[in-house]
Design a protein. Structure first.
Length: 181
């Protein structure tokens, strides 16, 4: 189970590497100082999610087409009670949404390649008001090519050149990563 200390230590490590992002991540660091469970998707002041930037040998990044938002995203999603770590949550999400096994992925850095704070629109069908996601993004490399989509959440996939991903700072960080393949 992931606790607030694990999240706080991860965020601190990230901010040690990227001190210029303190202001951008202020909503997350403020949430970490308040009572509440940031691992629960029912915490509507904001909660942590994890996603994965999966690079292939040609430095392309795996994207999935999300059913609800109907946009290209990297695999990722909400934390679950049995996730052992934040990296473990990102690995689980890749496996669930794309069918790529965690054994086919190589973690490129224990520190997230990016942390993003972004708004999520209300979803009346799920009884969810608008809220924020604090998305910790991890980079992985793979030689896997076979993708099996989780139809209830995603409906397409593509390997897009790293230079085409947004935000631009993320494309720059991917370009700087050592890819073992």
């Amino acid at each position: 189970m992931i606790d607030a200390d694990h999240i706080a230590a991860t965020v601190t490590g990230y901010l040690d590497r990227h001190p210029d992002e303190v202001g951008r991540l202020a909503p997350l660091t403020a949430a970490l100082r308040k009572p509440g469970d940031l691992t629960s998707r029912a915490t509507f002041t904001g909660h942590v999610t994890c996603s994965a930037l999966v690079l292939d040998a040609d430095r392309r990044v795996l994207h999935i087409r999300h059913n609800v938002l109907n946009t290209w995203l990297r695999p990722g999603g909400h934390l679950e009670p049995d996730d052992p770590t934040l990296v473990g949550a990102a690995l689980r999400e890749v496996a669930e949404e794309t069918g790529i096994s965690s054994t086919a992925l190589t973690l490129l850095d224990e520190t997230p390649i990016d942390i993003d704070v972004h708004p999520i629109p209300a979803n009346p069908a799920k009884g969810e008001p608008d809220h924020q996601h604090f998305d910790l993004r991890y980079a992985f490399a793979t030689t896997a090519r076979d993708v099996t989509l989780q139809a209830e959440e995603v409906h397409d996939f593509a390997w897009l050149p790293a230079t085409e991903i947004t935000p631009a700072v993320l494309a720059e960080r991917i370009a700087a990563v050592d890819n073992p393949y």
